[in-house]
Design a protein around this ligand. Structure first.
Ligand code: 8IG
Length: 270
């Protein structure tokens, strides 16, 4: 269903999805959106009180994800007076549906009224001190995809793409939360050890296959962005062991409670 985005203005598509979301959830406007990435989905039940739970495939212009650990559902959750939209799973660029499909959830969140977006992901870590299950605040990013969700001469400032205000707020809640620069590769293959050495030279600390394109689209849409990575594995070549997606899911499951509580406290503190 996403191929139709090629012929649709992305904002119009997002408005259609937001209208259907409001109809199906019974919630006219949301305040905050959270995208749960690889390994994060078990955290969903800890974020707040569930109001509605729907399949994203029931909303206009969404594609159901084919990735294990990405359920393709969206929940409306209440945390105090704050209305939170939680996307469980995301569309990745490597799925081949194009950049607008990747950015559609973020644009839908903006059209639904959200002002703050929390992007989470599972990723590889380059810092040997970050054991699997370590959450890391994203301080900045490197776009290695060679593409952008922006069209034409849309010059979006990315000086503070990951909001300093929200990062400070997170560190007030969890003073030991480390920060790192996230590099998005195209995927779906993991990196070679040589590519990880390249990222190290470039100043990257985290490697993954998401988040960057969504963060750019979010800044275009005027959202304030917080990024939190869950390091689920050391980056390629660092342990002598091959990388396995099942380990990613296991690391997520083990860290789920801590991640869910962190997200709930962040939302409550906004
Ligand atoms: I989870 O080591 C997860 N996602 N590119 N590299 C990349 N993506 C990832 C990795 C990783 N771990």
């Amino acid at each position: 269903m996403t191929q139709d985005l090629l012929n649709t203005d992305p904002t119009t598509a997002a408005q259609a999805a937001a209208a259907e979301l409001a109809r199906r959830t019974g919630v006219a406007h949301h305040d905050v959106a959270i995208v749960l990435g690889s390994g994060w989905s078990p955290a969903v039940d800890l974020i707040g009180d569930q109001i509605a739970d729907i399949a994203v495939a029931d909303l206009p212009h969404f594609t159901a994800s084919t990735v294990l650990g990405h359920s393709g559902r969206v929940r409306s959750v209440r945390v105090g007076d704050t209305r939170v939209l939680v996307f469980i799973g995301r569309t990745h660029y490597y799925e081949g549906h194009g950049v607008d499909a990747v950015a559609h959830a973020v644009r839908t969140a903006a059209a639904a009224g959200c002002k703050v977006l929390v992007l989470t992901n599972g990723c590889g870590g380059l810092n040997p001190q970050w054991a699997p299950g370590t959450p890391v605040l994203i301080s900045d990013h490197i776009n290695l995809t060679g593409v952008t969700p922006l069209r034409g001469a849309t010059f979006i400032d990315l000086t503070d793409v990951y909001s300093p205000r929200l990062r400070t707020l997170c560190r007030e809640l969890e003073p030991d939360l480390p920060e790192g620069v996230y590099a998005q590769f195209l995927g779906p293959q993991y990196e070679t050890p040589a590519e990880i050495r390249m990222v190290r030279v470039m100043g990257g600390d985290l490697v993954g296959m998401s988040t960057v394109l969504e963060a750019i689209a979010a800044r275009e849409a005027g959202l304030e962005v917080l990024g939190i990575s869950l390091v689920t594995n050391l980056a390629a070549g660092m342990t002598g062991e091959p990388l396995d997606h099942r380990d990613v899911l296991a690391a997520g499951k083990a860290a789920a409670e801590r991640m869910g509580q962190l997200l709930a406290r962040v939302v409550a503190a906004l």
